[in-house]
Design a protein around this ligand. Structure first.
Ligand SMILES: [Ca+2]
Ligand SMILES: [Ca+2]
Ligand SMILES: [Ca+2]
Ligand SMILES: [Ca+2]
Length: 714
């Protein structure tokens, strides 16, 4: 069952005390595009707050670098003088592209190339002087103001610089960004600064997620996701809201007046001057943004018999938006056959808000893909990536993990799989939840998630569909099972002693199983002693992208000696071999996880505070101490004595810089240690950032690393 999220207490603590500091801290609202292909160099525009004066781009892992090209103090032309000049620049560029002027333009290009180097030198000076100018401007009266120079406009707003030597696409882009009748032309304050960054991805850079941060003179931004992929990429070219082949089937004349405005613009200019992108060759990754009332349509060539995976990354790129309900971009996609008939659509994939279409292409031809927000919103930070390819896509794994050191061959199902079995890495190690992102040499853009534990394991054996058929198990054990059909219910029985504690812990959703399990503990008399559907949010911080903690959990003191039975079922009446679970029945296995927040620290003083929270597992109540890794100590950092006392959940640690720190951005490793049953146990501290969702809820999203830096000497 799905409960709406509960309030998180942290909200109240954060709202005032850090508000002021946050206003000065740089914060990224979006990256566009939010990723790229291995072995390419390209520009991305970053939108956000307090980022115009970024001096450095930090990208986690190796093989991906970013170079700041230009900062923008505003992304919106906000006065008529600027607009006049901007329009003139646009008109001049349009003239350049008239056929008779193209020859002359080519001559000019030669000169431009010579001048480019000089321009770059001047760029910095101009951007600094423009800030001064803005202040002076406000003091003058309108008559006194001279029009800004075209150079100023080109420096002040994204994409204008391209118009010195425009392609038709550049012209179309600038027109859409600044002059087309868009309802959301003025970006939100939190998105109204920009940085243009050149990204270089090495050919051998590992595909997958990276953390991208910006550093300014005043701070370091929280990280946002940047994705490295293996397919060629393309950016959308507006207008793409409709196209000749399917507009009659898909345009719905009865709704949304803003759409009509866009349609009007499209039809006014089309088809003479509006260039539509040609149908794409596959594989491809399409990058785009959904602006207010925006619909994006793309065409691609597909062959009969292809098994296409059309995977959308939207919410994944920016998991929580503070100022939108439900708190993220909720993408919806539809696919149209060459004859214009819709053949598939989705607004999610199972429980994941990002849709995935798995399509068997029925006949060769040009297919049309359509994407929009499912509730017709749109903003600059509604950025998406859509990959269309025939790469492996795993939809289920069974069993969903294994015991440390055991044989780890598991069955997988899905699309485009080279084999129905694969090996998991379940060697002894730090993390219980792990990911596998390659099948043979094929990269999995949706990795396999699985668990590795240190208890005996078994597979369920059907039929176990009522109390009489209950499988007898002895504790401790992890049962790997499936809700294999709609009416499947799984019963397990064990012998219990009065006063003993037993933990019933299902791990399914956390491992991407579609199962929303529920459990009941039944006593010898047939009465239900305890039941749970979703583990309560209040039992620890909201970590990660899950807003629905679907996996049930019980920690119960047994009331009497006797035979106990557990009923495990799906709370939604559905089942198949994909509805796998791992079910731990054991005495409490006391343990803990520790999180530090934020994941980026900027040392404008010698010391910086960092919030530490412990998540206590199976009733662990003892003291937890923190220490700095040796490597981090050697790099010039110091952590005083930090303890989370027994029975408490959080504290604030102070990290201190020593003179030997070289001033470069550095990844810091913290370890948490506790004594459990006489044995010392340690875990790496997981860096997280606090994301606000839909004005009220708070979530902690894990980052790749805790990164620290300090202001550069000038
Ligand atoms: Ca768009
Ligand atoms: Ca569009
Ligand atoms: Ca079963
Ligand atoms: Ca069963």
């Amino acid at each position: 069952m799905r409960y709406f999220l509960t309030f998180n207490v942290v909200f109240f603590l954060l709202i005032s005390s850090f508000a002021e500091a946050q206003q000065r801290n740089p914060k990224i609202g979006y990256l566009y595009p939010a990723g790229g292909q291995q072995g390419t160099t390209f520009e991305i525009l970053i939108g956000g707050r307090q980022i115009a004066r970024s001096s450095e781009v930090l990208i986690s892992g190796s093989g991906v670098r970013g170079r700041i090209l230009h900062g923008y103090a505003g992304m919106f032309i906000n006065n008529s003088d600027e607009r006049k000049v901007a329009q003139q620049i646009y008109n001049d560029a349009k003239q350049l592209l008239e056929p008779k002027n193209v020859a002359a333009k080519q001559e000019e290009q030669k000169d431009n190339r010579k001048n480019e180097k000089n321009e770059k030198k001047e760029q910095k000076q101009i951007s600094e002087s423009q800030n001064n100018n803005q202040m002076k401007d406000s003091a003058k009266t309108a008559e006194e103001q001279a029009l800004p120079s075209p150079e100023t406009i080109m420096q002040r707003f994204p994409y204008f610089k391209r118009l010195t030597n425009p392609t038709p696409d550049d012209l179309q882009l600038v027109f859409y960004e600044y002059f087309a009748p868009r309802v959301d032309r003025k970006p939100k304050e939190t998105l109204n600064q920009g940085v243009l960054v050149e990204i270089t991805i090495d050919a051998d850079a590992a595909p997958g997620d990276r953390d991208l941060r910006l550093i300014t003179g005043n701070g370091i931004s929280p990280p946002v996701r940047f994705l490295v992929g293996t397919n060629p990429e393309i950016n959308e070219l507006e207008p793409n809201d409709s196209n000749a082949s399917n507009s009659s089937n898909t345009s719905n004349g009865s709704n949304a007046s803003p759409l009509q405005t866009l349609e009007a613009w499209k039809h006014r200019d089309a088809p003479k001057t509006i260039r539509q992108l040609k149908p794409f060759e596959l594989p491809i990754v399409i990058n785009g943004q959904i602006r207010a009332a925006d619909v994006d349509r793309f065409q691609f060539k597909a062959q009969a018999g292809q098994h296409l995976i059309i995977g959308v990354r939207a919410r994944y790129l920016m998991p929580y938006l503070a100022d939108a309900v439900p708190g993220w971009f909720q993408a919806a996609v539809s696919l149209y056959a060459p004859d214009g008939k819709k053949i598939d659509d989705a607004a999610s994939f199972r429980f994941d808000p990002d849709p995935v279409l798995c399509v068997d292409i029925p006949k060769t031809g040009i297919y049309t893909l359509e994407i929009q927000d499912s509730i017709f919103r749109g903003r600059d930070d509604f950025v998406y990536r859509i990959s269309i390819d025939e790469l492996p896509f795993v939809t289920s794994v069974f069993p969903l993990g294994g015991r440390f050191g055991s044989s780890a061959e598991v069955e997988i199902t899905g699309y485009n799989l080279p084999d129905k079995k694969t090996l998991l890495n379940i060697k002894h190690g730090e993390t219980e939840i792990r990911e596998k992102s390659f099948l043979d040499k094929n990269w999995l853009s949706y990795p396999i998630r699985y668990a590795a534990n240190d208890l005996p394991e078994r597979l369920e054996s059907e039929p176990n569909n009522n109390i009489k058929q209950a499988e007898k198990i002895s504790l401790p054990v992890i049962v790997n099972g499936q809700i294999s059909e709609q009416d499947d219910v799984d019963y397990f029985s064990f012998e219990g002693k009065k006063g003993n504690r037993v933990v019933l812990d299902v791990t399914a959703r956390l491992l991407h199983s579609p199962l929303d399990a529920g459990i009941e503990l039944i006593g010898a008399d047939g009465n239900i002693i305890a039941a749970n559907d979703d583990r309560a949010d209040s039992k620890g911080p909201n970590i990660g992208l899950e807003t629905h903690h679907a996996d049930p959990y019980l920690n119960v003191e047994l009331p009497a000696d006797g035979i106990y039975t557990v009923r495990l079922f799906n709370t939604i009446k559905r089942g198949s071999l994909e509805y796998g679970y791992r079910f731990r029945i054991s005495p409490p296995q006391e343990d803990f996880a520790v999180y530090c927040e934020p994941s980026s620290l900027f040392f404008n003083n010698k010391t910086q505070p960092i919030k530490i929270r412990v998540f206590r597992k199976d009733g662990f109540n003892g003291e937890v101490r923190l220490r700095l890794s040796e490597l981090s100590e050697r790099a010039g950092f110091q952590l005083g004595e930090v303890k989370i006392p027994a029975g408490t959940e959080e504290t604030t640690a102070t990290l201190t810089l020593l003179p030997k720190y070289n001033g470069e951005p550095t990844e810091i490793i913290l370890e948490a240690v506790a004594v459990i049953n006489g044995k010392e146990k340690s875990h790496l501290v997981i860096p997280v950032d606090d994301f606000e969702q839909a004005f009220i809820y708070h979530h902690f999203v894990p980052a790749n690393a805790l990164v620290v830096t300090k202001p550069k000497r000038r």
